[in-house]
Design a protein around this ligand. Structure first.
Ligand SMILES: *[C@@H]1O[C@H](CO)[C@@H](O)[C@H](O)[C@H]1NC(C)=O
Length: 344
């Protein structure tokens, strides 16, 4: 029974067949070969994979809703009982966006409607697969002009499944040069919208510092390179800051050394830090949550007790309202007491 904060699959494979004509391939297998990252590369080469297929999905109402619903199905199968999934509404739209993404032609699907479709898909999935799914809307570092819309969408859909704002993308683009991100986060603070920021994944510890101090992030996405600034790390430990870690992802994006035995997550574990284990993008990494847990168990010395502890931390750090958080914690605690020890 797990809690995760993760990224969308961003693709449902049967769709490749239906819309094969607009893709450079005809079969799901060929598509997988093009997009799956098998060996450690760079964050940029990972992000380039989206160019292979996002133009097929963005702007397509049916596809977007179906991906959201099937995402919940997949998480339920992985034993997840609560998930927060993040995506950029603008990157799935083809209208009402400054600079339409993926070289698409202008269409009629706005970021606002994208959020509605995803909410519908997630809700259908929740009812069907009996788990809880919430979403986080991403600002993109290279597109400061979208950030105001993003926070407005967070406000508008606060009671319909959207629980927080995120900032993703190229960490070399810091916020001081892009006041629009700062303004969006200020508005989030003002309106009680929860905040997380991708920081210290490949960018230096200073990006983490900025995320926490300037953007008032309540959780740090990845955060591995926080460890390079000892003072900052100690401070964040003392504050119980939550780190959303993604072991498999960090290896394949080149964010961390490919040798898992020296992974920053081990330091988080030893220091009893507040962190979660997440999948990041399971499609491109051809992975799932079991793979992350297995890796932590086999190569990082994680025990059943630590898995339980980190899931409790995840639930405590979730962006659910207090009452729902309590219910989630109760469910977890009851399940963990019953399962004294499960064979891994
Ligand atoms: C993790 O953060 C949450 C939310 O702030 C808090 O409730 C919890 O006690 C923290 N856990 C640890 C181990 O610091």
């Amino acid at each position: 029974m797990n809690i995760i904060f993760t990224f969308f699959y961003f693709l449902f494979l049967p769709y490749v067949r239906m819309r094969g004509k607009t893709l450079p391939v005809n079969t799901v297998e060929e598509m997988k070969k093009r997009i799956i990252v098998e060996k450690p590369g760079t964050l940029t080469s990972f992000l380039e994979k989206f160019n292979e297929y996002m133009h097929v999905i963005a702007g397509d109402r049916e596809a977007i809703k179906r991906i959201a619903r099937e995402f919940v199905e997949d998480k339920a199968k992985e034993g997840v009982i609560y998930v927060e999934v993040r995506y950029s509404p603008h990157l799935l739209a083809n209208s009402g966006v400054k600079e339409i993404p993926w070289n698409q032609e202008e269409g009629d699907l706005s970021p606002d409607e994208v959020v509605r479709l995803v909410n519908e898909g997630l809700s259908e999935g929740e009812r069907e697969f009996k788990i809880k799914a919430r979403s986080i809307l991403c600002c993109m570092r290279h597109m400061p002009s979208w950030s105001k819309d993003v926070v407005e969408l967070c406000k508008k859909y606060k009671d319909e499944g959207v629980v927080a704002i995120d900032l993703a993308g190229d960490e070399s683009l810091n916020c001081e040069a892009n006041p629009e991100h700062m303004e969006a986060y200020e508005e989030a603070v003002r309106c009680g919208i929860h905040r997380t920021v991708h920081a210290g994944e490949v960018g230096p510890a200073s990006v983490v510092k900025e995320a926490v101090e300037v953007l008032k992030a309540e959780r740090v996405g990845h955060g591995y390179r926080t460890l390079e600034d000892d003072d900052l790390y100690k401070k964040l430990l003392a504050q119980n800051m939550h780190f959303e870690t993604c072991p498999i992802s960090s290896k394949l994006t080149g964010a961390c050394n490919a040798d898992f035995t020296t992974h920053p997550v081990i330091t988080f574990m030893k220091d009893k830090a507040n962190y979660s284990l997440n999948t990041d993008d399971p499609l491109i990494f051809n992975s799932n949550l079991h793979h992350d847990y297995q890796t932590a168990h086999q190569h990082m010395g994680f025990t059943e007790e630590e898995f339980k502890r980190l899931n409790i931390c995840s639930a405590q750090s979730s962006f659910l309202p207090a009452k729902e958080k309590e219910e989630l914690l109760k469910t977890l605690n009851e399940a963990y007491e019953m399962i004294q020890s499960t064979a891994f």
